[in-house]
Design a protein around this ligand. Sequence first.
Ligand code: PLP
Length: 423
Amino acid sequence: MSAVPPDWLTKGLPHIWLPYTQMLTSPPPLPVVATQGSRIKLADGRELVDGVASWWTACHGYNHPHIAGAVTRQLRDMPHVMFGGLAHAPALTLARRLVELLPKPLDRVFFCDSGSVAVEVAMKMAVQFWLNQGAGGRTKFLSFKGGYHGDTFATMAVCDPEEGMHSLFSNVLTKQVIADLPVDEASEWAFDAALDAHAGALAAILVEPLAQGAGGMIFHDPAVLRKLRRAADRHGILLIFDEVFTGFGRTGTMFACEAAGVVPDIIALSKALTGGTMGLAATVATSTVFEAFSSTDPMRALMHGPTFMANPLACAAANASLDLFASEPRLRQVAAIAAALARDLEPCRDFAGVRDVRVQGAIGVVELDQINDMNELKRRFVESGVWVRPFRNIVYLTPAFTIAEAELKRLTDAVVAVLGAWS
Ligand code: PLP
């Protein structure tokens, strides 16, 4: 075990700009040399049990041989080819398979490379859906406090720009309608009022179904989604589900919309789409949305086209990931993780400074009363041999669905021990 940081870290660090990181004061990132299953191996020989699954992507654990094999074969045949005017089997097969998995009538898939862009494409589809029908005034979105949809300018505007990490930019963001999720009588009233006031200008309602992720790990009931569907239908506007976080099993069903029996008009998917191996995203629309773009007028085509869209390597990874969902008991594993998280995080409820403990599928959350020194908390987790990355006042676990029982217990034990000593 060597305590000396590797050369590539010391020489590269002065030239790298890290995400959401105050470069002057934050501790340096941990040098990783390998990942396997639910383990992250550091340059000094230590192994951390991963409680984050690389921002919720690595649902089958790292380096699953089935995905690695599919990508290796694809690399030999065709690592990339442009998707304008050319088609290839990995992408078209993936589109067909996604449509088979999603509720009907979601049946047109547009590929891009990140969750933010998948949501931007969904927003663009919604605005152009109306434009193509001569309703150019429908350009706004109603989205929700506590939501997170990405870091680009359009997606920052539908987060809560008055609060949280995007508040710096609130002056430059296009103003949208940000409401409380209608979870009780007071918020239902506020939601109905906001919708009634703006309905004529709205292109769509946009929500993360069942679980708002990076905005605060806030869960809500499936009944909320049914209310949103009814509200969208009443006003004749579109409903967009951002399932970048919840898609592919995280909340207990393959897609969160299934739990509510609600079909959105557009759904955005990314993160676990490739089993966490590569950047890929998909925006899937219903036939009704798609029909509004069918015309002899070329200007009515969807005006979007990322250079690396439908990259064959990423599509091969995604197809292999879907194979694993079909051949291995992922949703049963999620249910078992949910039960273990609920049982083993429960002691945190008694600690001073803990506001709430909650679980939804393979997401376990301990919410603290106040924002803490998260760098110190992270350090203590690493000292305990686990990789847990709290944000603001939220400590959470979102492990791979394949995590071994003993590894999951190490994670929950570490959360209980670290927060117990903290309180
Ligand atoms: N939407 C949701 C619900 C997310 O959780 C995220 C990322 O955390 C995004 C969109 C943005 O995805 P990306 O970071 O891939 O751009």
